[in-house]
Each structure stands twice: as structure tokens, then as C-alpha cells.
Design a protein around this ligand. Structure first.
Ligand SMILES: [Mn+2]
Length: 327
């Protein structure tokens, strides 16, 4: 931003121009969401319609930034002709009452304008709120690195007027106070969520890369961590979860690296000894609770196999989560 200022524009006129770009981005989300809501109503309405919102943001990753390119790959895979549009429990994703899409936030374009993280994260949250304003739409966000879960959960909690319960699938707890000095790091998003009071309970499942700080932060925030080394013992509990009672509902965050890398090579952080896709599905399918939003993050197409197999894995998470959220 300083560079842009020095070259051509005063700080004030730059900020005015940046705000116009932000407004244009929010207007596109708002109008898309409004149209999709009208279409859902014209089909007889729904109680909850899963709404895809892409956040192509990868610069808060500590290792590789490929998740910035993920949303279009996941969309392609959702609608890939090799599969049909019916989910495992029989929902038809081509029914707009089940699933709609409001497109991507132009993250890179905003960064090119010198818009920095504090405002960028607010745009992510404001976009989520614009989706929620069009009842029955509920946000299902395509990442992006995991830093985006913070503004999403913050926005949902602010919009609903209280905390939610968060079910978080990941190899990593993402609880660093500020990873490598980055307050918005993808490794710190759940510290931000907990210190903000946006979650009552945070359940982390699939954890197998955790150090002293991760355990101390979990203790400090009262996080319920379910480590892979105890998974066979925890499985009966995790396959019978009832969350969101007495708060504003349940939020589900799926980091694709919760899976063993044998199931999902297209991620930035390979950590062996992870969950199978079916393990996650068993927990999701049996979960009782009102799902108010979710994300699927950390898919990295730049690390995927030549035929983009992991895009199909991320897409199946999205498809099945969309089916669970919609009603
Ligand atoms: Mn992770």
C-alpha cells in the first residue's frame, strides 16, 4: 500500500478507491444471494439451503499458497460428469433448494489494490453475513487456507447473536497465538475464534501434529481435542455427537489434511496416520444438531495428482456437507 501511495495516489484517494472495489465485491455477493433466494422461494422454499461461497485466499499459509487456487477446482469436481448429482443419503444437489452458489470473493484483485488482511478478513465476514441475510441461505465456504475460518465463524456468531459449537476436522489444532508473527495465520485461526468468544465448544478431530503450545492453548481455551492416537477409543463418542443445543447451532470446518495423505495428496502438509474419508462421513452422518455453516479448506491443487484426484475428495466433503446442512 505504501508503494502504491508513493507512486501515484494520496493515501485518502487510494482508500476511497479501495472502498469502491470492496463495495463492488460485496454488491456482487449480495445480488447473487438475493437472486438465489428468490429462485429457492419460486421452487417452494426450504428451511436451509447450502450456499457455496469461494474464498481463494492462500497467503496466510505458513508453507504453500496453492489453496488460493482451490475453489474453481472444487466446483469442477462437484459437477464432474464422472459422478451423478445425488448424495449418499439421496439429496439431489441439482435442486436449488439444496445447493446454490454465489461465486468467489475476488481476493487477489483486492490484494493487488493494496487491501490488507484486517479489511480483507472483514470482507470475507461481511460476505458471509450477506448470504445469511437471504433466508434460507446458509454459508458453505470453499477455501482457501484455514485462516478464513476465523472471519467466517466471527460473522456467523455476530449475525446469530451468540456463539456456536464448532466441529473441526484437522491434523493440526491451528491454535498458535500468532504463527511466525502472523495474527491471521492459518495456524492461528482457532485461537482467534476462541479468544473472541465465537465458539462455546470447539471439538478438534484428527489431531496428530501438535506441540507444547498447541496443548497449552487448548487447555487455556477449553478445547476438546481428539487425537488420532486415541481415535479407536474415541470413535463411539465421536460417531454419536449432539452439538449446538443451547447455542446458535453447529459450525463444521473440514481441513482436507484431516485425512491420511494416502486418501488426499493434494494438501500442503502431509501428516501420516490420519482419518479415512469414511471415518469423517460416519461422524458427519450421525451428528445431531442444526448446522448453520461450514467450510472445506486447505485443498492445494498444486500438490494434487496429475488427474486432480483430491479435488474429487474435497468436492465430496462439500457435497455431503451440503446435504447435511440443507433441509
Ligand atoms: Mn491442517
Amino acid at each position: 500500500m505504501q508503494k502504491l501511495c508513493k507512486e501515484k495516489l494520496s493515501r485518502d484517494s487510494l482508500e476511497t478507491a479501495q472502498n469502491r472495489v470492496i463495495d463492488a465485491s460485496l454488491t456482487l455477493v449480495r445480488e447473487n444471494a438475493r437472486l438465489k433466494k428468490e429462485l429457492v422461494h419460486s421452487l417452494g422454499g426450504a428451511i436451509a439451503t447450502s450456499t457455496l461461497l469461494g474464498v481463494p485466499l492462500g497467503h496466510n499459509s505458513s508453507f504453500l499458497e496453492g489453496p488460493a487456487f482451490a475453489p474453481p477446482f472444487i466446483r469442477d469436481a462437484i459437477w464432474c460428469g464422472s459422478a451423478n448429482s445425488t448424495t449418499e443419503e439421496g439429496k439431489d444437489l441439482s435442486d436449488l433448494r439444496v445447493l446454490v452458489d454465489v461465486g468467489d470473493i475476488p481476493v487477489q484483485e483486492m490484494r493487488d489494490c493494496g487491501i490488507e488482511d484486517e479489511r480483507l478478513m472483514k470482507v470475507v465476514g461481511d460476505s458471509v453475513k450477506l448470504v445469511m441475510e437471504q433466508d434460507p441461505l446458509r454459508p458453505l465456504v470453499l477455501g482457501g487456507d484455514h485462516s478464513i475460518s476465523y472471519p467466517i465463524v466471527r460473522a456467523i456468531s455476530e449475525k446469530l447473536g451468540g456463539p456456536v459449537d464448532v466441529l473441526h476436522f484437522d491434523a493440526h489444532p491451528d491454535l498458535y497465538e500468532a504463527f511466525e508473527g502472523n495474527y491471521y495465520s492459518h495456524a492461528s485461526s482457532f485461537a482467534r475464534i476462541m479468544e473472541g468468544g465465537y465458539a462455546r465448544r470447539l471439538l478438534q478431530v484428527g489431531i496428530r501434529s501438535i506441540n507444547k503450545e498447541g496443548r497449552e492453548q487448548a487447555k487455556k481455551f477449553g478445547v476438546e481435542q481428539f487425537e488420532m492416537r486415541h481415535f479407536s477409543k474415541d470413535r463411539p463418542f465421536l460417531e454419536n455427537l449432539h452439538l449446538g443445543e443451547g447455542v446458535k447451532g453447529v459450525y463444521i470446518s473440514i481441513d482436507v489434511d484431516c485425512l491420511d495423505p494416502g486418501y488426499a495428496q493434494g494438501v500442503s502438509h502431509y501428516e501420516s496416520g490420519g482419518l479415512s474419508f469414511r471415518d469423517v462421513m460416519n461422524m458427519l452422518m450421525n451428528l445431531k444438531g442444526d448446522i448453520v455453516g461450514g467450510d472445506v479448506v486447505e485443498y492445494n491443487p498444486q500438490r494434487d495428482t496429475a488427474d486432480f484426484m483430491t479435488s474429487m475428495v474435497a468436492a465430496k466433503f462439500v457435497r455431503e456437507l451440503a446435504a447435511r446442512m440443507s433441509k
